[in-house]
Design a binder for this molecule. Structure first.
Ligand code: HAM
Length: 377
């Protein structure tokens, strides 16, 4: 997906009255005066491409992933950047609760496989369009009676996007909305059944979760299931990954009616939770020590062959003597050094030194790369 798209795409999908569209997008006019925006998230672009390439005509379910930078003009703080990276998946074509279970379990497995600490999976259902219209009326009625206890922003949101009031971090707003009616109490029979089946599926897989009726999400395209994984180890910006169903979005953007669901993970937040150092196996490196007019040009060839065979190999092209090459090989932490001077070229034999045992052996120049590749396998 491109890193920027037309501004209208994001405004129409994420929603004109969301924080992202109201104040966080990097928007600029191109040379033709067309408004473009650095993508604040990936779902809108995937849906645009899905429609543009007519992928709904495929008989198999369309499942995608993406990885890349996203841009939001937020106040930077630990775990919140203006350019950050998301890994995301989007799955098109199935309205079955099993698709929800598949996607949520993928997110959970991805994060737990990394052994990230203190994870909680939160689940909610926002119902369908009709459920939400009905709920909004009930919620606004509740909020009207507490309007003077809400922050300025929430008072405004009451008019534009009342569900977002439930997501406000301001402690006074939270207290004022403690007793707010729950969206999960306003679900139609179908929406209720869908959510029950999603929960049953997660129970079946022994995936632990808590229900959070305040999980309204900051993007307007969601329907039915929404979810978020948070960590106690992340401070204020505690969401590691989040997503939900967006059954109406393909149609809103001009495509055929298509159910869909996905999630995105914030990779910087994942990295904040990883241990400071991880003991990874260090690959064994081969250093090429080639010197002299003929030796040097043979060295380039051997380096190329080693790398083509998948052997981690390096050289220092500034070194012109064996002594400097060996010093550099030592600094690189090389396990083997292939020594090729003019004499070796004449003999057709390279000298291979094991840097640990200091043993040396002669190997034909024509097969030295293969010889080392076999040895390091
Ligand atoms: P989102 O909740 O806006 O959802 O972002 C997903 C994740 O991206 C967050 O949980 C967080 O880890 C990370 N993230 C968001 N903003 C920042 C930031 N400023 N700095 C660092 N990390 C950040 C979406 O973007 C939806 N498109 C997810 C989705 C996919 N829903 C359906 N499909």
């Amino acid at each position: 997906m491109p890193h920027f798209e037309s501004t209208e795409l994001f405004a129409r999908s994420i929603g004109a009255s969301t924080d992202i569209v109201e104040k966080e997008m990097y928007t600029f006019a191109d040379r033709d005066g067309k408004l473009l925006t650095l993508r604040p998230e990936g779902t809108a672009g995937v849906v645009r491409a899905y429609i543009e390439h007519n992928l709904s005509t495929s008989a198999v379910l369309q499942k995608y992933f993406y990885l890349g930078p996203m841009f939001r003009h937020e106040r930077p703080q630990a775990g919140r950047l203006r350019q950050f990276h998301q890994f995301g998946v989007e799955s098109f074509g199935s309205a079955s609760p099993l698709a929800d279970v598949e996607v949520v379990s993928l997110l959970w497995r991805f994060l737990t496989d990394l052994q990230l600490p203190g994870l909680t999976l939160e689940m909610n259902s926002l119902g369908d369009q009709a459920d939400r219209t009905a709920y909004k009326a009930v919620l606004v009625d509740f909020l009207q009676h507490r309007k003077d206890r809400l922050c300025q922003n929430c008072q405004r949101r009451m008019e534009t996007n009342p569900l977002r009031v439930l997501d406000c971090k301001n402690p006074e707003c939270r207290t004022a909305t403690e007793e707010a009616p729950r969206i999960t109490d306003s679900l139609s029979t179908n929406s209720r059944a869908h959510f029950d089946q999603v929960q049953a599926g997660l129970n079946e897989l022994l995936i632990p979760y808590v229900l959070n009726p305040r999980l309204v999400r900051g993007l307007d395209y969601y329907t039915l299931t929404t979810f978020e994984v948070t960590s106690q180890h992340l401070g204020a910006q505690n969401a590691v990954g989040a997503g939900g169903r967006y059954d109406g979005l393909v149609e809103t953007l001009g495509g055929p009616k298509t159910p869909a669901i996905g999630f995105a993970v914030g990779l910087e937040r994942v990295s904040l939770m990883l241990p400071d150092s991880v003991a990874l196996p260090v690959p064994q490196l081969v250093a090429v020590a080639a010197f002299g007019p003929q030796g040097s040009s043979f060295g380039v060839r051997v380096l190329h062959e080693l790398r083509s065979l998948g052997v981690p190999a390096d050289t220092d092209s500034r070194a012109t003597s064996l002594k400097t090459h060996l010093r550099q090989a030592d600094r690189m932490g090389a396990s083997y050094v292939v020594m090729i001077g003019d004499d070796e070229v004449v003999k057709g034999q390279a000298l291979v030194r094991n840097m640990t045992t200091k043993e040396q052996e002669e190997v034909p120049l024509s097969t030295v790369a293969r010889h080392l590749a076999d040895r390091l396998r």
